[in-house]
Structure formats: structure tokens, C-alpha cells
Design a protein around this ligand. Structure first.
Ligand code: GLU
Length: 271
């Protein structure tokens, strides 16, 4: 085990982000309950191990869309915001049930970019997280899509939950951010089209070459965050003293393996 990997064993405050692509079952377009149940069990295990844990979960728009019987992505901002209102309620209901079954409480924190830019609101958010951790609650965070005032993809929104999760890591002073993705980590090229593409284990510097590689592998699935969004999240995390890991979210046990020092996923090292 490398010394860099073994330092993951000592992390105290961990933010885990799951994207729509990892929590939606592509066969039904609905919530993948089995996967969420496994994820919740792992998060509760970490909490019992003495860590502060927070989940950033996407999925509001996708879940709302399915509940309303719509197919494909919504084509206007009001539709996205309305679908998110329906979906967020269903999502948090699913999490609430799963956390309760696992013997822990959850709480919902919805953030907007404008709130975090306002120093008073930001301080309130910090206090809320601190109190939730003290109470042993595992917060579930998402962007408040229904009231984000501009385009969901543009200004005054987080753009995607990769960035949101990095800002939550910064806000809470977390020492580790884990992005659960639909691939094993960051590759030198798109592994779907280039069989020679290699998985990168550790990243010490976000070089121009890295940004170039990320651009070439941006995915276009149900989620919004490609590899460039993940690198942007890594930049925020490492500059604020948190390591960041990209892991495959198809098996939430990967989180435990990585925290035990196993060489899986891609680890971005904090400054
Ligand atoms: N906040 C959006 C949702 O919950 C998703 C943003 C993202 O996928 O990164 O649907």
C-alpha cells in the first residue's frame, strides 16, 4: 500500500457525492433502490467509525421526470425546476426511509450559489452543518434547483453537483471528497473508444495535460458532470486542503476499500 493511499485511513470528515447516472436505474429510469440502500449502509458504517459524513445527491430532475411520466430530459428551465420540485421530495423520502432503516437520521440541506456568495447565509450554512454533525445526522445536500434564479447550467447555479460537492467540502472543512461516478476514475483517454487508455491512480498537480485529457472524456449521459467538471471540483477541493477521490459508484463498498488504503479510483492530493 502506498503511503499516499494509507493516509485515507485517517480522514475525519468526508463528503460523498453521487450523480444521477449512478443512482438512476437505466432500465426503469427510476431510483436504483438497491444501490442507494448499499450506499446508505456504507455511509452509516463510516459514521459509526467516528467520521462526520455528508452526502451530496443529484437526481431530483431525473426522479421528478420519471414520476411525472415524462421521457427524456426536460427542454425548458421552468420544466426542469418543476420536475426538480417533484423529484427532490421523492428522493429525500427514499433517503429518509433508508437512513432510518440503517439506524441513523438524515436531514435535507438545499443550497443555492447565491446563498453561498452571501456571507451571512454562508455562515448560517456552516453552523447548520456543524450542528448536524454534532447530532450525528448524515445530511443529504442538493442544489435548490426550483429557486436557482438562472439557467440550471449557467450563472448563479453550481452548474453541476461535482462543483457543489467541492463547495460543501470547502464550507465544512472536510478532509476528503469522494465523487461516485459511472467510471472507475480518470483515464488518460476515453476508455470507451480507446482500449489503451489507462486509469490514473494519483494526481499531484492539475497540469494543462490533465485538463486536456479530461476534455476528451466528458460523458453525455443522464448526469451533467463530465471529467472536466470533476477536475474543476478537484481544484476547489485540493486548494482547500481536502483530498479528492473519484470512485466507481456501481459498488458503494468501493468507498470502504479506498478508505482501507486499496489502490482504486483516482486520488487527487491536497496541497
Ligand atoms: N441538481 C440536479 C438534480 O438533482 C443535478 C445536477 C447534477 O447532476 O450535477 O437533478
Amino acid at each position: 500500500m502506498s503511503a499516499l493511499r494509507s493516509r485515507l485511513k485517517t480522514k475525519k470528515r468526508i463528503i460523498v457525492k453521487i450523480g444521477s447516472a449512478s443512482l438512476i436505474d437505466p432500465e426503469t429510469d427510476g431510483i436504483n433502490h438497491e444501490r442507494l440502500e448499499e450506499l446508505v449502509k456504507v455511509l452509516v458504517h463510516l459514521k459509526r467509525d467516528g467520521k462526520d459524513v455528508c452526502l451530496v445527491s443529484s437526481g431530483a430532475i431525473a426522479v421528478g421526470s420519471k414520476a411525472l411520466g415524462m421521457s427524456g430530459k426536460p427542454d425548458s428551465l421552468p420544466k426542469k425546476q418543476a420536475y426538480a420540485a417533484v423529484g427532490q421530495a421523492k428522493l429525500i423520502q427514499a433517503y429518509d426511509m433508508l437512513f432510518e432503516e440503517a439506524g441513523t437520521m438524515t436531514g435535507q440541506v438545499l443550497l443555492t450559489a447565491i446563498t453561498l456568495e452571501n456571507s451571512l447565509a454562508r455562515a448560517n450554512a456552516v453552523n447548520t452543518f456543524e450542528e448536524l454533525f454534532k447530532l450525528g445526522v448524515i445530511p443529504v445536500v442538493n442544489e435548490n434547483d426550483s429557486i436557482s434564479t438562472e439557467e440550471i447550467e449557467q450563472v448563479h447555479t453550481f452548474g453541476d453537483n461535482d462543483r457543489l460537492s467541492a463547495l460543501v467540502a470547502q464550507l465544512t472543512g472536510a478532509d476528503l471528497l469522494i465523487l461516485l461516478s459511472d467510471i472507475d476514475g480518470m483515464y488518460t483517454d476515453d476508455p470507451k473508444s480507446n482500449s489503451d487508455a489507462g486509469l490514473i491512480s494519483e494526481v499531484e498537480d492539475l497540469t494543462d495535460e490533465m485538463w486536456g485529457m479530461a476534455k476528451g472524456t466528458d460523458s453525455k449521459g443522464v448526469g451533467t458532470g463530465g471529467m472536466s467538471a470533476k477536475l474543476a471540483a478537484a481544484k476547489i477541493a485540493v486548494e482547500n486542503g481536502a483530498d479528492m477521490l473519484i470512485l466507481n459508484g456501481n459498488d458503494p463498498e468501493n468507498i470502504k476499500k479506498a478508505l482501507a488504503g486499496e489502490d482504486i479510483g483516482t486520488l487527487f492530493l491536497s496541497k
